[in-house]
Design a protein around this ligand. Sequence first.
Ligand code: LMR
Length: 342
Amino acid sequence: MKKVWQILLVGLLALGLALTASGCGGEKKSAQGTGEKKPIVVKFSHVVAESTPKGQAALKFKELLESKSNGQFKVEVYPSSQLYGDKEELEALRANNVQLIAPSATKLVGFNPAFQLVDMPFLFASDQAAYKFYDGEYGQKLLRSLESQGMLGLAWWPNGSKHFTNSKRPLKRPEDFKGLKFRTQSGGVLDEQFKALGAGSQTIAFGEVYVALQNKTVDGQENTFNNIDTQKYAEVQKYMTVSGHGRIDYVVLTNTTFWNSLTDEQKKLFTECMKEATDYERQLADELNQKSFENLKNSGKLEIYTLTDADRQAFIEAMKPVYDKYTDKIGKEYIEAARNTK
Ligand code: LMR
């Protein structure tokens, strides 16, 4: 009998050793058996392609945080609305189902109307002026303005100037917009902008824009060269106007409950990696947009018109009602600070 017990014990020991060596149940073993902690999982959801400035910067952030934390964090990036679309990603972040998103500032209008400042026609003098504004007093104030709603802004990731595309006719002067219908990212300033041009508008989630253009639910849209290129809008649009009339820039947001669960050390590391990813994103934004502009020109699929100074002036005049209606809603001090940043 004693012998049988001895054999059984040896057998069980051998099985245990084999399981450990083969890594079977590895996660549990490393978490409980060796005292190592399970990594903190950070889900990063976004709506654009991986080959965009936002897509690349999200991957850069993953690489940085995972390596610098020695595996303390695991970042899972979900591009192209794989996990959530425009509206859902905001709800998911607030529910802490994802810990990072980077929506275009426009999409935060429901939480703080001042974010719409990126849409004010011809407001920023240059990319550099926009970056400086975002990193300055007002940009930073905006990042902190959503805390009472469970979200904390960690960085501004600019994409760049936006331009019009449509399937009906070349758009050279404000009057050419009459009767057309455009997709917008969200309501407010953008609806007013198209109204000022005599056009209609409809809010459509980014992931559904291609089909809406293809089905002619709308005639056109406005976006950066890189989004127009990576979303293949040239397949369903005929004309592009290089107008640079507004911007598409992102706010990287985290959930405040998640953020407050981190130690000071972890927050510091997170912030450092975010800063590095932000520098990377800003370098890429210009480069990828220029590259995409070349792709669009070379595709031969779009008839491209670039506004002259006189055209631009005509658009500035035509879009004045947007300032009349939205300056106070956004905050005069924001508009002036943005305009005065050089
Ligand atoms: C859009 O909805 O057109 C953009 O905000 C998408 C994006 O994230 O660049």
